[in-house]
Ligand binder design. Structure first.
Ligand code: PEP
Length: 256
C-alpha cells in the first residue's frame, strides 16, 4: 500500500512571509489529525522560512518549487539544495511544466537536478505530462515514455522509490479542465508499467504517482479513489486553507 501525498504548489502567488503565515495558521489545524496522507506545501523561496515557523513539528512538510544542481558557486539567481535543506525544506518540485515551457528546462537538466536532490537528501517530486496537441495526436504515451527515460535516467531502485512522480497533463494545469479519472488512471498505470519494465514489480508498486491538473475539492475523491493515483499536486486550489484541507481529507480517506 502506498501512502498518498498531496502537494500544494503556490507558484508565484502567496509569497510574502505574512501571506504564508496567514494561510498556514488556518490550514494546519484543519488537517492536524490526518495520518494517512503526506502533506507538502511549496511556497515561493521568500515564504519558506516563515512557513517553516508555522509547520515545524506538524504533519505538514516544507517543499521548494525548484533548485539548482550545484551546491555552491557562481550561479547568480539560482538556489542551492543545501541552502534549502538548511531552512527545513524536505521536498523539492522538479521539472514542473511551467519550468519546462517558460524557462526551457530540458529533461537533461531535470535529471541533473533530480540526482542532486537525491544525493543531498531532498525528496523530489518530478513532474511529467503531455501538451494538448500531443494528446490529440495520440502521442501521450510516447511523450511520457520519453520523459520517464530521460528525466529519471541512471536512478537506482532505491532512488526511484524515493522519487514522487507527478503526472500533470499540461492542458489540465490551471485551466479548470481535469483529466477524467479514467484518463488519469490509464496514464498512471502506464507509468507504473514502465517502472516495472525498467526495475521490477516491487519497485513499480512502491513509487508514488500523484495526479496534477485542476484538482479541486469536488473531484479529488474520485481521482484519488483510482488504484494507481496516489494523491495530487495542486496549484490553484492549494491557495485557500479550506479547499486544500478538503483535498487532503479526500487523500487521507482514500488510504483507509
Ligand atoms: C500545478 O501547479 O502543478 C497544478 C496542477 O495547478 P492547478 O491545480 O492550478 O491546475
Amino acid at each position: 500500500m502506498r501512502k498518498p501525498i498531496v502537494g500544494g504548489n503556490w507558484k508565484m502567488n502567496r509569497g510574502t512571509p505574512e501571506e504564508c503565515k496567514d494561510m498556514l495558521m488556518n490550514f494546519v489545524p484543519l488537517i492536524k489529525n490526518l495520518l494517512n496522507v503526506d502533506v507538502v506545501i511549496a511556497p515561493p523561496f521568500t515564504g519558506l522560512i516563515s512557513a517553516y515557523e508555522i509547520i515545524k513539528g506538524t504533519n505538514v512538510k516544507l517543499g521548494a518549487q525548484n533548485m539548482y544542481y550545484e551546491e555552491n558557486g557562481a550561479f547568480t539567481g539560482e538556489i542551492s539544495p543545501k541552502f534549502l535543506k538548511s531552512i527545513g525544506v524536505e521536498y523539492v518540485i522538479l521539472g514542473h511544466s511551467e519550468r519546462r515551457n517558460i524557462f526551457n528546462e530540458s529533461d537533461v537538466l531535470v535529471n541533473k537536478k533530480l540526482k542532486k536532490a537525491l544525493l543531498v537528501g531532498l525528496k523530489p517530486i518530478v513532474c511529467i505530462g503531455e501538451h494538448l496537441e500531443e494528446r490529440e495526436a495520440g502521442r501521450t504515451k510516447d511523450i511520457i515514455k520519453f520523459q520517464i527515460n530521460e528525466s529519471f535516467k541512471d536512478l537506482n531502485k532505491d532512488q526511484m522509490i524515493q522519487t514522487v512522480i507527478a503526472y500533470e497533463p499540461i492542458w489540465a494545469i490551471g485551466t479548470g479542465k481535469t483529466a477524467t479519472p479514467e484518463q488519469a488512471e490509464e496514464i498512471h498505470m502506464f507509468i507504473r508499467g514502465l517502472i516495472s519494465q525498467r526495475y521490477d514489480q516491487e519497485t513499480a508498486d512502491s513509487v508514488r504517482i500523484q495526479y496534477g491538473g485542476s484538482v479541486k475539492p469536488n473531484n479529488a475523491e474520485i481521482l484519488f479513489s483510482k488504484e494507481n493515483i496516489d494523491g495530487g499536486l495542486v496549484g490553484g486550489a492549494s491557495l485557500q486553507a479550506e479547499s486544500l484541507a478538503e483535498i487532503v481529507l479526500a487523500a487521507d480517506k482514500s488510504f483507509q
